[in-house]
Write a new protein. Structure first.
Length: 95
C-alpha cells in the first residue's frame, strides 16, 4: 500500500504601505522563520507537540516543505519585533 507524499510552499512578502489592496509594493523577505504543524487534533491551533518542520525563507522569500503525509497542516510565521502582520500569521492547508 502506498500513499503519495505532498508538499506545501509559499512566499513571505513585505508590503510597503501595509495595504493588501495595493500589491505592486510587495517585496520578498529573506531569512524569516516558517514553522509547519500537522494539526492532528483538528482544533486549528498549532500545538507545540504538532510541530513537524521548520525552515527559513530564501532570497526570493520562498519556503517549501516536502515529503508530507496527507493531513491537516498549519503554517505559521514567526513574529518579529518592529513588524506587524497585515495578513494572518497562520495558514490552514489540507494536504
Ligand atoms: Ca500594499
Ligand atoms: Ca492542533
Amino acid at each position: 500500500v502506498n500513499v503519495e507524499l505532498g508538499s506545501i510552499s509559499g512566499h513571505k512578502l513585505e508590503d510597503a504601505d501595509g495595504s493588501l489592496g495595493t500589491t505592486g509594493d510587495q517585496t520578498p523577505v529573506e531569512n524569516w522563520t516558517i514553522t509547519l504543524y500537522k494539526d492532528d487534533n483538528h482544533d486549528n491551533i498549532a500545538d507545540p507537540a504538532e510541530q513537524v518542520a521548520q525552515t527559513t525563507t530564501d532570497a526570493n522569500g520562498a519556503y517549501q516543505f516536502t515529503g508530507l503525509l496527507p493531513g491537516d497542516y498549519l503554517i505559521k510565521e514567526e513574529s518579529q519585533s518592529g513588524w506587524t502582520n497585515v495578513s494572518p500569521v497562520q495558514i490552514d492547508q489540507d494536504n
